[in-house]
Every structure is written in C-alpha cells, then in structure tokens.
Ligand binder design. Structure first.
Ligand code: ADP
Ligand code: MG
Length: 295
C-alpha cells in the first residue's frame, strides 16, 4: 500500500488511553428499539431489541444488509440524533456504565462522506477540532500542532498539508477525515462505511492504513459495513445484524492477527466464516437487502 512506512507513536500525548492505567472504555447497548415515522401514518420498526456489549478494545465490525439499521445504531452510539425523532425509541446506551444521551467527549465518528471543509487546507481540516472549546481546553496549542504533524505523516499527507480538499483524491480526503478523528486520540472511534465510496484498490489501501493507525493508537473501534470481506479482513469481532428490523443474528470472534493475507482469506477457516455469515444473513432475511463480498 502507498501509506506511510512508519507511524510515530512514542510522543507522551500519544499514549493510548485504552491501555496502561486507564481501563478500556465500554459501550453497552441494552434492548435498543428504534421506530421512525412511516410515510403516510404510523411507525416503522427499524431496530428491534438489540443487546451488544463492547467491552474490550478492538475492531468491532457491525455487518448487515443495506437499510437494516446499522447507521441508526452507530449514530445513536455517537449521540447523533435525527431532528424530530426520539432515539432510541426505547432501551439504553451506556458508556463506561453511564447512560449516554448525547455526544460523548471520548468518542468521534468518521462517515462515508468525509465532511472535510472545502475552504480549509488539509492541515486546517485535521486541526479543526482544536477550534472547539472542549478540545482547546484539553490540549495545549504546541501539543496539538505536534499531533497534527504526526498524524499527517501517519496518513501519508505531510507533503499535502497546504492543499485544499478539492485538490485531493477520494482516498486522500478520507485520510484527512481519519486524521482529524485520530488526532483527538479518541477512546471510541465510530466509523460508518468509511471506505464504501472508494474504488477497490483505494479501499484496500485504506483498510491497511486503518490497521496501522489502530496498532499505533488502539481504541474501541465500531465499524459499520455491508461488505463481508471487509469485516473479515478488519474485525476482531464481527456482529451480524438481520435485515430490517435489525436484531443481532450472530457474533463471531476472529483471532487471526492482522494484516490478514489473501491466503488466509481463502483458507477454510475464513471461507467457513464467510459462508456462515452469508447463510445467517439469508436465514434472517431471505431475498432482502444487499450484502457485498469483495473477493
Ligand atoms: P443502514 O445504515 O443499515 O443502511 P439506516 O440505519 O440508515 O440503515 O436506515 C434504516 C432504515 O431506517 C431505512 O429504511 C431508513 O430509510 C430509515 N431511516 C433512517 N433514518 C430515518 C429518519 N430520520 N426518519 C425516518 N426513517 C429513517
Ligand atoms: Mg448506513
């Protein structure tokens, strides 16, 4: 991949908060139900009693067919609430055991549409959170400037920091978004199909980059995808959702270290897991939704 050869990880501020003295952060979904107003009248149940415990640092994949309610669940965890709809309709989200109803200070989100500001340079986009009071108060200027430089190097954009988003490719724009998230050293990183709009080769590069960044700054990653291969390449854990209304259909642990080679992806272990995930999805929702397999 064309990503950086080395990732700085020894600055004092880069000590991952999910290791060392602080215990790993936990996210718990308790009996989550989500209903949205249906076109016309009444409501549609989109999420139907989901219970998940994210209790260890790691890359957790939330996999399910398009439209099953993955973004709904992820946005809830990030405290992103749609206008005019109570979310969740019922159930509780706990972060470190405390009920959480809005954005949490230790969590950041990365979207498929990378949301870079067109009027700002790459450096200014990555540094953007430090304009906000919360982060301005938490991190002194000299430190955040160093972090931004380290992160730009880590995502391979050190020589592009004066450019604007329109001068970058889709993959490079997503690198900026990833850098902006990780520069905060989040304890929780929520990712909503972040590589879904990229071509196959760039997606693979970004998956490799995410693994490198995760190794340098481990945290609790919750990564939404509808791509089975992506789930198997990245996940320590793969939680499979049924189609709408989403329920947990299965929950796998993958112990094979990353990066996972093409040979591993073709191994009987991986193929069995892939078949099991696909059959689980089809069992839960015959003929509904779409699930992508990229290899
Ligand atoms: P996924 O991310 O799995 O593709 P979403 O969580 O985005 O699915 O959406 C699940 C379902 O909920 C879809 O049918 C979508 O149209 C519906 N939905 C999502 N947000 C809203 C909203 N704010 N109001 C009404 N319906 C919504
Ligand atoms: Mg979605």
């Amino acid at each position: 991949m064309s990503a950086p050869k080395s990732i700085p990880n020894s600055a004092p501020d880069s000590t991952p908060v999910s290791s060392g003295k602080k215990p790993a952060i936990t996210v718990t979904l308790k009996n989550i139900v989500q209903e949205y107003p249906a076109p016309g009248s009444g409501t549609t149940r989109v999420v139907d009693g989901v219970n998940i415990d994210f209790s260890r640092p790691g890359i957790n994949m939330l996999l399910g067919p398009s439209g099953c309610g993955k973004s709904t669940l992820l946005h809830m965890m990030g405290g992103v609430r749609p206008m005019g709809v109570k979310t969740p309709t019922s159930g509780t989200i706990l972060i470190d055991g405390v009920e959480c109803e809005g954005p949490h200070d230790d969590s950041v989100m990365v979207f498929q549409r990378y949301a870079n500001r067109p009027d700002l340079t790459v450096f200014e986009n990555v540094a953007f959170p430090f304009r906000l009071k919360l982060w301005k108060n938490r991190v002194p200027e000299a430190e955040w400037r160093q972090r931004v430089q380290d992160m730009l190097k880590a995502v391979g954009l050190a020589d592009k920091q004066k450019l604007r988003p329109s001068q970058l490719s889709g993959g490079q724009n997503q690198r900026v978004a990833l850098a902006r998230a990780l520069v905060l050293r989040p304890r929780i990183l929520l990712m909503d199909e972040p590589f879904g709009a990229l071509d196959a080769q760039t997606r693979e590069e970004m998956q490799g980059l995410l693994i490198e960044l995760y190794n340098a700054w481990p945290c609790l990653v919750i990564f939404v995808t509808h791509d089975v291969t992506e789930a198997l390449i990245l996940g320590d854990r793969v939680i499979v959702l049924s189609s709408q209304p989403a329920k947990v259909a299965d929950d796998f642990t993958i112990d094979t270290p990353r990066p996972r080679s093409v040979a591993w992806q073709r191994s009987s272990e991986a193929v069995k897991m892939e078949e099991s995930i696909l059959s689980q999805l089809h069992k839960a929702s015959p003929g509904k939704g779409s699930v992508r397999v990229t290899v």
